[in-house]
Structures are given as C-alpha cells and as structure tokens.
Write a protein that binds this ligand. Structure first.
Ligand code: PEP
Ligand code: MN
Length: 350
C-alpha cells in the first residue's frame, strides 16, 4: 500500500497517517518529494484495506502496490534521490567521483592517492580496511587501524570516506570512522547484514552481487530501506558471465533499467568490472555515457606493489587524465542533453 498525500498536506496530516499505520501494526515510511509526500507501508502480510486512509485529511490516494518492492520505487518518489554522503551528494545531477586504493595498506600509500584524488576535484575517497578475499591466506585488510588512516584522509584532504563493512562489527566501526558504508558484491544477499545496515544512519553503497538479477539487486536495497535507512546508492560492478576476457562483465544496461523503476542513484565500478588497467578508462566512459550518477575507481601509487587488485589499479597519473577526460565527456553530454529534441534521453537521465 502506498499513501499519496496531497501537495498541500500538513505535517500533522502526514503524522496522523503514520500513526494509523502504526496502530495497524505496520511500519510507515514517509518519503517527501518535490511536489508531494508519499508514505510506503511495510510489515503487512496481506493487502492493506485502503479504506483506513482514503478519507483522512491530506490524503490524495491510497494505492495497492503489486510490485515486489515498495520503497525503492518511483511510485513512492518519482524524482531521483540525491543522497548526502558526508558533506557532498551522490545523485544530485553532478557526476560523483569516488577514487582510492582497493585496500588501505599504509598511511603513506593512502595519502599519496588522496592528494591526487582531492586535487582532481573529487569529493569521495574509497579504500578497504576489511577486504573480502577469495583466499583466506590473502591480505585481509588493516581493520580498525585502516579506518583510522581513512579518517585522517577526511581531515587532511576534505574527502568523504566510502569503505566496506563485511559484518555487523564492521558496520559499527565504519559508522564511527567513515561517511558511507559499502556492502560488497559478496554480501549483497547477506540479509541480516542488510537489515543491520538499515538501522544505521550512514548512507549505504550497495554493490550488485556477482549473479544478481535486477529484482534481486533492488530487493537487497529494499531490505536496507525497510529498516528505515533510505540513503542507498546502487553500484554496478560487473557480473559473472561466460566471457573470460575481463574479470566480470559490466552490465551497463542496468543503469536505464534501474532508472525506469527506482529513484535511487546508481554508480558504475569499472575497476572490478574489468579487472584490467587498460579497460578501466573505456568502461568508465561507457558508465558516464549511459547516465550513471558516479564512478568508483581504484588507484594505487605503485600498482605492481599493491596487496590487492593491482592489475586493475590506475596509477595517479592515469587517474588524473581519466578524471580530466570524464569532465569533458560529462559536459559534452550535458550540452547535448539540453539540445536534444529528437531523442528521448529522459528515461536514461530522469
Ligand atoms: C571493493 O570495492 O573493494 C570490492 C571488494 O568490490 P566488490 O564487492 O564489488 O567485489
Ligand atoms: Mn578491489
């Protein structure tokens, strides 16, 4: 059930609807939009009778939801959501650049990259302190010491920190030191972790699982939102297919597919999608061209010495040149969009 409030509905009318939802034993999720507030209902087993709401003051409509998801849906919020991460936004119409090493290895390594990332104008820094590695013998990350280094990056360079949590303890620590909690591809369907992350107030960067369908991806976001955290950013990072020329297959079609049904921002990770340094730039350009809200890119001061994912890391010089190129591409796309009258690009960008 979705309750659409009238454009001039007052806060007390919204509160009254939420109160009734609570009394019925369900949970209400008020989602303010540009023109009206809509309220999603979760926690109901069967359908909810619209009669409870139809005649309440301020209510424009009570609509039955037939789709498997509610809160991620454009039915609830037709406009795209801009998510605040630290002191900057993802999904506000600008292109968010999130860059940094795969793993935090040392303060020196991280600061070298942060300097370049900040100088390029990016607002977000990535780096893992908890690493989900295929082998238990591979470098697992520096844990809390790594998070402390990332917190120092924020203080020194003014970058907002995006970093992965692999379990509940990690969520607590990232909440303390970081600005955005990344949930990695391997944990996309770790439902207890998703619920736990939904109870924090930090934004979540949710990466698509290696074999997740669109609905599975969106329902994973729905898990987080159903707990009351609406600040979710989706990330396409490549899926597993028969193709073996790249580490994964970048599925850029998921961007317009998400746009069609969801208000959540979506970014592209060309580093994990490709696994190869030489593919990162072309895939990053494809991500921008398809209308992604941002890019997350791995950079290492000396990729051949990286403890993790060196083959896909850009050098600082390569990152600088990629960032310049992306700015040119983005402004060309913005210009062509405002000129375009013949071709419906709205669905890609709205
Ligand atoms: C990462 O971003 O460091 C990472 C491990 O990504 P993914 O979960 O997409 O593999
Ligand atoms: Mn990596």
């Amino acid at each position: 059930m979705l309750i659409v409030m009238k454009p001039d509905a007052t806060q007390s009318e919204i509160d009254r609807v939420l109160e009734i939802i609570g009394k019925l034993g369900y949970r209400g999720h008020a989602m303010p939009g540009e023109t009206r507030t809509a309220i999603g209902i979760t926690g109901n087993k069967g359908s909810v009778d619209p009669a409870h709401f139809e005649n309440l003051p301020g209510v424009a409509d009570a609509i039955r939801v037939t789709k498997p998801y509610k809160l991620i849906s454009k039915d609830l919020r037709p406009e795209k959501s801009a998510i605040k991460v630290g002191n900057a936004y993802i999904g506000d119409g600008s292109l968010a650049m999130i860059a940094g090493p795969c793993a935090v290895e040392s303060a020196d390594q991280v600061f070298k990259v942060a300097e370049v990332v900040a100088a390029s104008g990016a607002r977000f820094f990535r780096g893992g302190a908890f690493k989900p590695r295929t082998s238990p013998y591979a470098f697992q990350g520096k844990g809390e010491d790594g998070l402390k280094i990332l917190a120092e990056v924020r203080d020194r360079f003014g970058l907002n920190i995006v970093t992965e949590a692999m379990d509940e303890h990690g969520v607590d620590l990232v909440e303390k030191y970081g600005d955005c909690i990344q949930i990695g591809a391997r944990n996309m369907q770790n439902f207890s972790l998703l619920k736990y992350a939904g109870q924090t107030r930090k934004p979540i960067l949710l990466k698509r699982g290696l074999s997740a369908t669109l609905d599975e991806f969106l329902l994973a976001a729905e898990y987080i939102m159903s707990e009351g955290n609406y600040d979710v950013i989706l990330c396409e990072r490549g899926i597993r297919t028969f193709a073996d020329h790249a580490r994964n297959t970048l599925d850029i079609s998921i961007v317009p597919a998400i746009r069609r049904v969801s208000h959540l921002p979506v970014i592209i990770d060309p580093s994990h999608a490709s696994g190869h340094n030489y593919m990162v730039e072309p895939l990053a350009k494809a991500g921008v061209a398809v209308g992604a809200d941002g890019l997350i890119i791995e950079v290492h001061p000396c990729p051949e010495e990286a403890l993790c994912d060196g083959a896909q890391a850009l050098t600082p010089d390569q990152y600088r040149s990629l960032s310049d190129m992306i700015k040119v591409l983005q402004s060309a796309l913005n210009a062509s969009e405002s000129d375009s009258t013949t071709f419906n690009t709205k669905e890609l960008t709205a």
